[in-house]
Design a protein around this ligand. Structure first.
Ligand code: MRU
Length: 342
């Protein structure tokens, strides 16, 4: 397989490694990953995270295993197990489906390697296209609110929603970003803040519950977020807290955009109610552990509700920014998304 290098995953000289996104920003640790159990753990623990990146990292591992001579039955098992690591982001399922198809070719090793390479390179191009289209929606001097992390760390390219912000900053040089810290795992406070700093884009970090008063004060011009799965009717799943922002945006009349590649569309799913939402470990809400330090602030056995994602209904979305174009509510209601995937 050719060398493939992104911000948080690289296949270089026959070795696959990933940047630990749980340890960022204060430690930058790369883990080598050459077996299925390690990749499963990396994905489940969110060391490897972000809808496109999960699918691409899993694909690179399967390609590595195929090149190492792992037999067909074992590759199939690896694909199935990797696919089951996280249920909400559909990019992973699309990647695994593509690899399964490659496995039916007579030269399945070449098929799998070419497919993994193609998925990776395509993602870079999709990011560029989304970012260019999305930047057209941003005005000079805009204050843009974003949630979770949708940047280069989460993709093979410059990111989805954060890619839009990056392009807008390149164009105008004067955008400012409000970064929702994104409880419970702080992808905004840790990863988006880290990326904006690296890109020298001015930002201000807020706790998630500060967004409403910012909007009421007229300090938010646009909201851009990513997605883990977009259903045929335009409803979409994204990091929990996205729906809160969409409701607030509607009330305050602020444009609310979702930015995602075509690989995040799942038009076989009719609407948001049909998207499976991952439930995570209660300890993530009761306190923090691991690289965040060790702190338990809630009672030891506090009852916890910890969905990793929520559903934003299409009626709250101003525009769907895809690599193929920007679509409004009327177009989406008329079945535009379904058309794109036919
Ligand atoms: C380009 S990333 C889009 C989404 O995957 C992102 O917004 C998100 O919700 C990530 O969730 P995570 O649980 O960190 O994998």
């Amino acid at each position: 397989m050719q060398n493939l290098i992104a911000s948080s995953v690289k296949y270089e000289n026959g070795s696959l490694s990933v940047l630990d996104q749980y340890l960022l920003p204060h430690q930058q640790v790369w883990h080598q990953c050459h077996d299925v159990e390690t990749m499963k753990e990396l994905i489940i623990s969110l060391k490897v995270r972000g809808a496109p990146l999960i699918g691409l990292s899993a694909s690179l591992l399967v390609a590595y295993l195929a090149e190492q001579g792992v037999v067909k039955g074992e590759l199939e098992k690896a694909i199935n197990e990797l696919e089951a690591t996280r249920p909400t982001a559909v990019n992973l399922m699309h990647c695994m489906t593509a690899l399964r198809k490659a496995l039916t070719q007579s030269d399945y090793v070449a098929g799998i390697v070419t497919t993994a390479e193609r998925l990776f390179i395509e993602d870079i191009e999709l990011c560029e296209r989304m970012a260019s289209r999305g930047a057209e929606l941003i005005n000079s001097g805009d204050n843009i609110l974003t949630h979770c992390n949708t940047g280069a760390l989460a993709t093979a390219g410059i990111g989805t929603a954060l890619g839009v912000i990056y392009k807008a900053q390149q164009k105008y040089g004067n955008v400012h970003v409000w970064v929702n810290e994104t409880r419970p795992l702080l992808q905004g406070g840790r990863l988006t803040a880290f990326e904006l700093e690296r890109w020298k884009i001015p930002y201000t970090l807020i706790c998630d519950n500060m967004a409403a008063s910012l909007m009421a004060a007229g300090k938010v011009d646009k909201i851009v977020v990513g997605a883990d799965r977009i259903a045929a009717n335009g409803d979409f799943a994204n990091k929990v807290g996205t729906y809160n922002l969409a409701v607030l945006a509607y009330f305050h009349n602020i444009p609310f955009y979702v930015v995602a590649p075509i690989t995040t569309l799942d038009t076989n799913t009719a609407c948001g109610d049909d998207i499976e939402i991952e439930q995570r470990n209660p300890q993530e809400v009761r306190g923090v552990s691991g690289s965040f330090g060790e702190a338990l602030w809630a009672p030891t056995n506090a009852n916890v509700y910890n969905p990793a994602f929520d559903i934003t209904p299409a009626k709250l979305v101003t525009g769907w920014v895809l690599d193929t174009g920007v679509y409004n509510q009327q177009q989406v209601l008329m079945g535009k998304l379904k058309e794109l995937t036919q």
